[in-house]
Design a protein around this ligand. Structure first.
Ligand SMILES: C[S@@+](CC[C@H](N)C(=O)[O-])C[C@H]1O[C@@H](n2cnc3c(N)ncnc32)[C@H](O)[C@@H]1O
Length: 470
């Protein structure tokens, strides 16, 4: 684990992790730090990525901690503020916290912000004793009224229910849920209550992942114990008082963050057409009583609509990302960096190089693209982007804020103009060569040629499609 690699090994031999650690712990000027980025092997092959509170909960397409860590170490000082406007399970926030930087995490997914909060909240021993005491008494609730279980069953989606969520599993989950609710009702134990909810969600995730067959209460109790252990380790690394963390469940296109207040942004947005987060998290959110409908409506990159013309998804996505980038520009201090990690995706056999679109659009809103690094994703690792949308590489786009954006994120005309320009350029590219992202069976030439008409149609709809749905 990185935070234990400070000592050198016998014979003075250093592992790649130790070398990396030494590199990022030096003192550098801004331009030295920029040059140093070229020396980093961004694949981070065989590095440990699941340490400390990063282990708490799976999350699709999370990035590896070494990406935010590198930028936090090289481009901020202790006490400065790091933002991730689409923080997912809080990877950036954990690294900021471990390195005594203040942080702000924003995500529209309430499960994401819950996980993020729990990963960066140190909890006193007395609270763990209180929770464990409650859990010991939990057994008495096992005598459940089955009518209630049937009611719960009927409120869950049918898929997978019978195999994974059988009556025994449901009744045990219900006991845990009720015990947690009791803690909430007693009041004054918010942090341990939230930790319990994340443990419950992680338990449900393991059940779905493994197709059932696991002992629910055993899984839950083990999760609580391991979370306690990791938080204790973390408490030893972080200075006292710990850095400040602000977590917001909100829209990256309209950030509730003060202008010119942030020293660094590191984020990875959703990929166009890759994954609907609300679907992945539907089960967990239902058990935690969270409303996933609102999130579904505002999720960037979701792909359950525009099925007859997927290129309309692209213009919608570019509009959403442009708004989010204008907000990133607004909250960032002048001269500071905004790092966006994103992979390529594919629409109707055409390659979508999102990082190139972002770099181009950034120039209209006060950013200067200064570096792009390519990295291979370790495909053997679960829940990295490799699992999602056949993505096996990603790009690290580094933008520097050189001016305040003249445009605001709610200026529909400006958004439509920039997206039209990008889509027109994209159409010209496709007119030259089609099928840039064919994997597996080749589609017919006629089918590929239709893409040009579809892109033209998408361009006609841009003014409508980029509007924020309310
Ligand atoms: C690739 S994931 C981020 C993963 C994160 N870097 C991590 O390590 O966990 C993209 C995130 O964008 C979030 N998202 C989607 N639409 C959003 C919106 N309108 N505002 C804020 N976040 C949004 C999703 O909920 C998801 O958590």
């Amino acid at each position: 684990m990185l935070y234990e690699t400070k000592q050198t090994t016998l014979l003075g031999l250093r592992t790649p992790e130790q070398e990396y650690w030494e590199l990022i712990n030096g003192n550098y000027s801004f331009s030295e730090a920029l040059q140093l980025l070229d020396k980093i092997n961004w694949d981070f092959k065989d590095f440990t990525t699941q340490y400390l509170t990063h282990k708490f909960h799976s999350y699709p397409a999370r990035f590896i901690p070494q990406i935010p860590l590198t930028f936090i170490k090289l481009f901020t000082k202790e006490g400065e503020t790091v933002l991730d406007p689409m923080c997912g399970c809080g990877t950036t926030l954990v690294e900021a916290f471990l390195n005594n930087r203040n942080s702000i995490g924003n995500d529209f997914n309430p499960l994401a912000t819950l996980i993020s909060k729990v990963k960066v909240t140190l909890i006193p021993d007395a609270e763990f004793r209180y929770l464990k005491n409650k859990l010991r008494k939990m057994k008495r609730y096992l005598d459940l009224d089955y009518k209630r279980i049937d009611k719960r069953l009927s409120s869950l989606p049918n898929r997978k229910i019978s195999r994974i969520f059988n009556r025994v599993v449901i009744s045990k989950l219900e006991v845990i849920r009720e015990t947690l609710l009791e803690i909430k009702e007693e009041g004054g134990h918010d942090d341990i209550y939230d930790l319990g909810r994340v443990a419950l969600s992680a338990t449900i995730w393991s059940l779905v992942e493994n197709g059932g067959g696991l002992d629910v209460d055993d899984l839950f109790l083990k999760k609580i114990n391991s979370m306690e252990k990791e938080l204790k380790k973390m408490a030893k690394i972080v200075k006292n008082p710990p850095p400040k963390v602000k977590i917001i469940t909100g829209d990256a296109r309209k950030l509730e963050v003060e202008s010119n207040s942030v020293d660094l942004i590191v984020t990875s947005p959703p990929y166009v057409n890759a994954l609907d987060y609300y679907r992945v998290h539907m089960y967990n959110m239902l058990w935690l009583g969270m409303d996933f409908d609102l999130f579904r409506k505002h999720e960037i990159g979701a792909h359950s609509h525009f099925i007859y013309n997927r290129f309309r998804l692209l213009s919608e996505y570019l509009g959403d990302m442009l708004r989010a980038m204008i907000e990133m520009n607004r909250v960032l201090k002048n001269g500071k960096l905004c790092v966006i990690v994103v992979g390529n995706s594919s629409l109707e056999y055409e390659l979508i190089e999102s990082h190139k679109f972002f770099a181009e659009m950034s120039k209209f809103i006060g950013f200067k693209p200064i570096r792009t690094y390519f990295r291979n994703i370790d495909k053997t690792r679960k829940y990295t982007s490799a699992d999602i949308g056949k993505i096996d590489d990603e790009y690290i786009l580094i933008l520097q804020k050189i001016a305040d954006s003249d445009e605001t994120a709610d200026n529909d005309d400006f958004i439509a103009d920039v997206v039209t320009q990008q889509m027109t350029k994209f159409k010209k590219q496709i007119e030259k060569v089609q099928g840039t992202s064919i994997r597996g069976r080749r589609p017919t030439k006629e089918r590929l040629l239709k893409n040009i008409d579809k892109i033209e149609e998408a361009i006609q709809y841009i003014r409508e499609d980029i509007k924020i749905k309310r």
